[in-house]
Design a binder for this molecule. Structure first.
Ligand code: DGL
Length: 271
């Protein structure tokens, strides 16, 4: 098979990367996708940099079994901690989510104040601060770690009328609101499900979903490398998880907007 017709490999610690796959479906419906969610070890965001790097490389090793043509790190945490290592270690195109989201945020802010919410690891890495500084050093970034949000979303709690979600979001977002940010990056691929609830707490603020921004960059990268699929049929998508298939399948629909019944498999002999 020609390299360009091989699948794109996408990974995350769990369900969050499906928000990236959703955009991928919409923009490149003919591409085949292999998705890996490391559900046995989610969340990554509260782990040490070394552990996150080890996990991220094991995730890539798993995807390589399926001869993928490019890797999408659909996880801000893994991208912040392991992108350089992955790029060094593996000989294939790699796209993350931080750089594209930072680019989009810089293009949208009018007052030069960007807010970022993400996991502890992402915020501690200062990946967004560095990415924004490289684009425009005048823009200021205010970030906030939100460790309770991934477990909430993984458990199906994200709706804007959910009292618990609102109390937690208000506490996390209040300092960013006070700083007067006019653009807010949802710097975790689990967070797009919370977009409506976040928007209610931050009226008028432009919300950027990190995954959506990355798909535009992926399309450019595939085109530049002559790796866009030539197929005209709808792409084939396969999903693998390192833990319970049932709960992943049940929650996946909220992330993808379509049912994955029967399409999810256990990752055999994963690491
Ligand atoms: N979805 C991942 C991200 O974008 C994080 C989830 C986790 O903590 O595992 O950061």
């Amino acid at each position: 098979m020609q390299k360009k017709n091989k699948p794109i490999g996408v990974f995350d610690s769990g369900l969050g990367g499906l928000t990236v796959v959703k955009t991928l479906f919409e923009q490149m419906p003919n591409e085949d996708i292999i998705y890996f969610g490391d559900t046995a070890r989610v969340p990554y965001g509260s782990r040490s940099p070394e552990t996150i790097r080890t996990y991220a490389c094991q995730d890539v090793d798993f995807l390589l079994r399926y001869d993928v043509k490019a890797i999408v790190i659909a996880c801000n945490t893994a991208d912040s901690m392991a992108r350089e290592l992955i790029k060094e270690k593996y000989d294939l195109p790699v796209i993350g989510v931080v750089e594209p989201a930072a680019k989009k945020a810089v293009s949208l802010t009018e007052n030069g104040k960007i807010g970022v919410i993400g996991t502890k690891a992402t915020v501690n890495s200062a990946a967004y601060e560095n990415a924004v500084k490289a684009i425009d050093p005048r823009v200021r970034v205010f970030s906030r770690a939100c460790p309770l949000l991934v477990p909430l979303v993984e458990n199906g709690r994200f709706r804007k009328d959910d009292r618990v979600v609102n109390i937690i979001l208000e506490e996390y977002l209040e300092p960013l609101h006070r700083e007067g940010v006019d653009a807010l990056v949802l710097g975790c691929t689990h967070y797009p499900l919370l977009k409506e609830a976040v928007q209610c707490c931050m009226p008028g603020v432009k919300i950027i979903c990190s995954g959506e921004a990355s798909v535009d960059m992926l399309a450019e990268m595939l085109t530049e490398n002559d790796l866009r699929s030539e197929s005209t049929a709808e792409g084939e998508h396969r999903y693998f998880v390192s833990d319970d298939v049932k709960s992943f399948t049940e929650n996946a629909e909220s992330f993808l907007g379509r049912s994955l019944d029967g399409a999810v498999m256990t990752a055999q002999h994963f690491c």
